[in-house]
Ligand binder design. Structure first.
Ligand code: SF4
Ligand code: FES
Length: 248
């Protein structure tokens, strides 16, 4: 396949970026999208040029690092996959592919296609945990009966990999789907009840402090989420928030 790549190049968050054209040839359909970028970078390095910086780690759809906007869609044209799971067979010979970073003021560009998503870490640190007293007679988690439906819903929420596609897809750059998934995975379980009030209040407060936008229910986040995190989690977080506010 011969392709024209239009890639966002930007030195750092303070500098202005622009799209730069890179024609590339010899791309196989079985290559992953990131392998295609590896080929480009090898060619750039061989020519003594600056390789394109992009984030990746597991390359198996697990870590959530690979955050690319491909032809205007977070993680590209396929559904329920991350950028590292996207294959070049989704494109055809002669295609132009526009590759940009996930854009949000709360995700400043580090360089080129790599953004700083530590705002997500700070939301998680604000309440995405449970406390377990490990001194004395700790009850084995398996000894606490949990309805199958709730366990399944909690597990589904816990599959969020923190990639940020929901933010990139949202016209308001809202982080509601991410935050709601992290609140829900605990709100559905008895182990999550002890800190439930503080958790939702603190995580939502941190989300707002980081500068993410409000949710206006467009649903773009759910469509682009590689893990199929449901909008129902946002409704659950809103209920949790209302209950916690009434208690406070
Ligand atoms: S909710 Fe989905 S899109 Fe958003 S961070 Fe989690 S996995 Fe990524
Ligand atoms: S590199 Fe880990 S999810 Fe893509």
């Amino acid at each position: 396949m011969n392709l024209l790549l239009k890639i966002w190049r930007q030195n750092n968050s303070a500098s202005r970026g622009s799209l730069v054209d890179y024609p590339i040839s010899g791309i196989e359909g079985d290559m992953s999208f990131l392998e295609m970028l590896d080929v480009l970078n090898e060619q750039l390095i061989a020519k003594g040029e600056d390789p394109v910086v992009f984030d990746h780690d597991c390359r198996e759809g697990i870590c959530g690092s690979c955050s690319l906007m491909i032809n205007g869609e977070p993680h590209g044209p396929d559904r329920l996959i991350t950028t590292c799971q996207l294959h070049m067979r989704k494109f055809k010979d002669g295609d132009t592919i526009v590759i940009e970073p996930f854009r949000a003021s709360a995700f400043p560009v580090i360089k080129d296609l790599m953004v700083d998503r530590s705002s997500f870490d700070r939301i998680q640190q604000a309440g995405g945990y449970i406390s377990v007293n490990t001194s004395g007679h700790t009850v084995d988690a398996n000894a606490i009966p949990i309805e199958k439906e709730k366990a399944d819903e909690s597990f589904a929420a816990a599959t969020c990999i923190g990639c940020g596609a929901c933010v990139a897809a949202c016209k308001n750059a809202s982080a509601m789907l991410f935050t709601a998934a992290k609140v829900s995975q605990f709100a559905l379980l008895p182990q999550g009840q002890i800190e439930a009030t503080d958790r939702v209040l603190n995580m939502v407060k941190q989300m707002d402090l980081e500068g993410f936008g409000n949710c206006t229910n467009t649903g773009a986040c759910e469509v682009e989420c590689p893990k199929g995190i449901s909008l129902e989690n946002i409704a659950r977080m809103n209920r949790e928030y209302l209950m916690a506010s009434a208690k406070g």
